[in-house]
Design a protein around this ligand. Structure first.
Ligand code: ZN
Length: 164
């Protein structure tokens, strides 16, 4: 079957930083990543790449930051007063803040005086992604999956896929 909108696609993949070669993420052997195609659940560049491909197709593709996690935006680095935190955060720690559309994850990049500097960029912003993938399975989404907007695994209910 070919990958098209409203299908559940399962892929085995390995994600590395195209420049440094650093391993960023990979699917576990018995647990491919399953997602609902055409609903922006994976990065744009990979969704485009997979469209129309068949079960069993294997390839390696590089995806620019524009079609990946975006470019780094220096305006997303913000300083807030330390007294906004109940405990002083440490550099490298990830803190959560509520935003208009859900929860934002911010990385603490500097603690100086009474000020905490936070970076709201996605950790992979600015990174060219290299995906080695194999399409393991393609099937039409069930009505329940379509109404929920995500994949259910092995006929299970919500959350049956774990992760992602
Ligand atoms: Zn569900």
């Amino acid at each position: 079957m070919n990958v098209s909108n409203d299908h559940i696609v399962s892929i085995a993949y390995k994600l590395t930083d195209a420049k440094s070669g650093e391993l960023l993420d990979q699917s576990q052997d018995e647990h491919p990543l399953s997602y609902l195609h055409g609903h922006s659940q994976i990065v744009e560049g990979l969704e485009k790449e997979l469209s129309g491909k068949e079960t069993g197709h294997k390839a390696t593709v590089e995806i620019s930051p524009e079609e990946g996690y975006g470019q780094r935006d220096e305006e997303r680095i913000i300083a807030v007063p330390k007294d906004r935190f109940s405990e002083e955060p440490e550099v490298g720690q990830v803190v959560q803040a509520s935003a208009d559309h859900g929860v934002m994850r911010l990385k603490v990049v500097k603690v100086e005086g009474d000020e905490i500097t936070l970076d709201a960029n996605h950790p992979l912003a600015g990174t060219t992604l290299k995906f080695e993938y194999e399409i393991v399975d393609v099937r039409p989404a069930t009505e329940q999956e379509l109404s929920h907007g995500h994949a259910h695994c092995g006929g299970g209910g919500c959350g049956s896929c774990g992760g992602h």
